[in-house]
Design a binder for this molecule. Structure first.
Ligand code: E4P
Length: 221
């Protein structure tokens, strides 16, 4: 299973790559806003950092105001020219599907984003998008069972041998991350803080304290 960092902050991206060996990055307009930089500057800084890291994909979203395939394709081509690592996030709607088909046919890789049902995940698989991104956290925020449709997507993709990789996105808790892994998702993407919480457990700290006490009550020689 691959771990992607969901952030546009360069300091976090460096930690993800250099300290934890994560596998890629996803950004979105909220993350770019939170980076505090203008859009083009934020993505150029990331492009410069990943220039010598060919196996470290970075998803960058098109202008979310675009509402027709022609404009989406033009915008996607413009930002994809900035870096070979860029995978272009396209909304999963009618115009987005038309745009993503054209882009994939021209060798521009796409991440079909904002997927909220298993039915919605089928076209991204059929058109050979590089990634499909079900947003589990957003559904759970509204009281839905956000994760069971991930299992359905995994099953559908296996049945039809779709080569699109499933990124379980908007993960907010270690439990959601664990469930995505149990369901067999290819990739998870979440904030650094969610990953770091998942690396730890209070029992590990308790166990360590127990061992420290034992160590302190044992002669070294
Ligand atoms: C994924 O590609 C998205 O950027 C992301 O997971 C959005 O979720 P958020 O609301 O946690 O930022």
């Amino acid at each position: 299973m691959k771990y992607f960092l969901d952030s546009a902050k360069l300091d976090e991206i460096k930690i993800a790559y250099e300290q934890y060996g994560f596998d890629g990055v996803t950004t979105n307009p909220k993350h770019i806003m939170n980076s505090g930089k203008p859009f083009k500057k934020a993505i150029q800084d990331i492009a410069d950092y990943v220039a010598d890291k060919p196996d470290f994909p970075v998803s960058v979203e098109i202008n979310p105001h675009l509402d027709n395939a022609d404009d989406m394709v033009a915008y996607a081509k413009d930002i994809s020219a900035i870096s070979k690592n860029f995978v272009i996030k396209i909304p999963t709607n009618k115009q987005g599907i038309i745009a993503a088909r054209r882009l994939e046919a021209q060798g521009i890789r796409t991440n079909m984003t904002l997927v909220f049902s298993a039915a919605q995940s089928i076209m991204p698989g059929k058109l050979h998008a590089k990634y499909v991104s079900p947003f589990v956290g957003w559904r759970e925020d509204y009281g839905d069972d956000g994760l069971s449709y991930v299992k359905d997507i995994v099953d559908i993709y296996k049945t039809y041998n779709f080569d699109t990789e499933i990124i379980v996105a908007a993960i907010r808790t270690a439990k959601q991350l664990e469930q995505a892994a149990i369901y067999g998702a290819d990739i998870v993407t979440c904030a650094l803080s969610v990953y770091e919480t998942s690396f730890t457990n209070p029992y590990t700290d308790l166990g360590l304290k127990t061992f420290q006490d034992a160590w302190d009550n044992t002669k070294t020689e």
